[in-house]
Design a protein. Structure first.
Length: 480
């Protein structure tokens, strides 16, 4: 499982737990919270009405006095209130009063006068000087029919409890407020959960992307490709820079070890030839002098091998400079056609010596490419020199520059013997070379490797294939 998915699933679990708490705690607390507020209001109302009813109750006219008339008139009053968007037209109170024995002596609804309420909690507890309240359902099978009852004591002048007054209010009266509050809390809970999931998804995507960039960079480094460390802020950026530093140091160490080993191996052959020629030229005293023709041949061998070593060192230094670079530091617009002509000017003497005839075919009006003019020129010089080495004397070399999709392509074709099948997959390897048709010594085996590195720096590639009509075609492809 990808780390980004793991992070998102962990975050989703946290959000799900938070949503569960929201549903089980916050929503569940709405109903009791509203009912507690209503109970507090009923307590105040019951005590106020108890004080107002005391005189009529003591005088024995509680069912016919002014208090009874005003309370009954309350049921006919049009309240005409609008409470937070809900219309209220009538009062929902029911008021009943019991004597000291718990017998109902007044009922605003007129239905239970004379009934014994002494066993109801509101009356039972209040007559004994305690707080009396109850919530009872008119239909036991339907909890929504519950009615809240809160009682207050009616006291004589000496403080003795002589009766109780109960105010009852249906819980259904506040049900719309509870439902709306629960709806609002639930709605915003889903909004919160959605926002949290969106944030979690974004953070997980960002973390997964940063880790993915580092992973792809590590894979590219492992494969030996040129790769730029991902640009990121914070710890990911520091990690990328640390990986780049580690890669540079490790590659530098391996690069030096590999080059020293390979260079030592490649230098053995020319050094052995130089040593042998030098020993033959150093004739012991008393021996017959060496013929001038042999002396000249051995001297020429020493000079040729020395030139080969110098050429190998120069090309090796150039190749090392290119291989060490991970990218072009300051690419500039370069007209590839102009670079081709400059390379041909530098190769004029080389072509004259080989007797090769060069035909130039440049597609007009090509846009400039972004790159390094010096490196591109050196790469083309290597390809032209290579074609001249393998072309027969008086042979034809064709250099063609043309557009290839989004790239520009330089093809250099010769009429030589072509590349053996066994060597096609190795011609771009460092120090790998083939014997020249003219019978001369092998090259350093670094030219084509240099060309491949330059092409890679310019986002392109190189090709070397045999032509059906004979000879080979080397291609340098540069991204436009």
């Amino acid at each position: 499982m990808r780390i980004g998915l793991r992070i998102f699933l962990g975050y989703f679990l946290i959000v799900a737990v938070a949503a569960l708490l929201l549903a089980r705690v916050f929503v569940a607390e709405v109903k009791p919270g509203v009912r507690q507020a209503m109970e507090d209001t009923l307590v105040d109302t019951a005590n106020v009405l108890a004080e107002l009813a005391t005189d009529d109750f003591v005088a024995g006219r509680i069912n016919q006095g002014d208090f009874a008339k005003r309370v009954r008139a309350l049921g006919q009053r049009d309240v005409g209130a609008a409470i937070w968007g809900f219309r209220k037209r009538a009062a929902n109170y029911r008021v009943y009063i019991t004597d000291a024995r718990g017998i109902v002596v007044f009922d605003s609804s007129g239905q239970d006068v004379g009934q014994d309420y002494s066993r109801w909690n509101d009356v039972y507890l209040t007559l004994r000087g305690r707080y009396g309240a109850r919530s009872s359902a008119t239909d036991p099978g339907h909890p929504e029919t519950t009615i809240m009852h809160v009682a207050a004591p009616i006291r004589a002048d000496n403080g003795q409890v002589i009766g109780s007054l109960t105010v009852a209010k249906p819980n259904s009266a506040i049900a719309p407020f509870i439902a709306r509050s629960q709806t609002v809390v639930t709605r915003w809970g889903f909004v919160l959960m959605g926002a949290a999931l969106a944030i979690g998804l974004g953070v997980s995507w960002w973390l997964s992307r940063q880790i993915g960039l580092l992973r792809r960079y590590a894979h590219a480094v492992t494969a030996g490709d040129r790769a730029t460390p991902p640009r990121a802020a914070g710890e990911f950026g520091e990690l990328g820079r640390a990986l780049e530093t580690m890669r540079t140091r490790l590659e530098g160490k391996q690069y030096v070890e590999q080059y020293v080993h390979t260079l030592t191996h490649e230098m053995k052959s020319p050094l052995a030839a130089i040593r042998g020629s030098a020993e033959l030229l150093e004739s012991p005293p008393g021996d017959a002098p060496m013929p001038d023709a042999d002396r000249a041949r051995f001297a020429a061998s020493i000079r040729g091998q020395a030139e080969r070593l110098a050429q190998m060192i120069d090309k090796l230094l150039a190749l090392a400079a290119v291989e060490h670079r991970q990218r072009l530091e300051r690419p500039e617009p370069v007209a590839l056609a102009a670079i081709v002509r400059e390379a041909l000017e530098q190769c004029t003497q080389r072509l004259d010596r080989s007797g090769a005839k060069l035909l130039l075919d440049l597609e007009p009006n090509l846009p400039p490419v972004r790159g390094d003019a010096f490196l591109l020129r050196q790469a083309l010089i290597n390809l032209i020199d290579n074609a001249a080495d393998f072309s027969p004397r008086g042979g034809e070399i064709v250099l063609r520059l043309q557009r290839d999709g989004e790239c520009q392509r330089v093809d250099i074709s010769d009429r030589g013997p072509g590349i053996p099948d066994y060597a096609l997959s190795r011609v771009f390897e460092r120090f790998y070379s083939l014997p020249r048709p003219s019978g001369g010594s092998r090259s350093s085996g670094l030219g084509l490797c240099f060309v491949a590195e330059v092409a890679s720096l310019h986002g392109g590639e190189t090709e070397l294939v045999n032509r059906e009509e004979g000879g080979a075609r080397a291609s340098l492809i540069v991204r436009g």
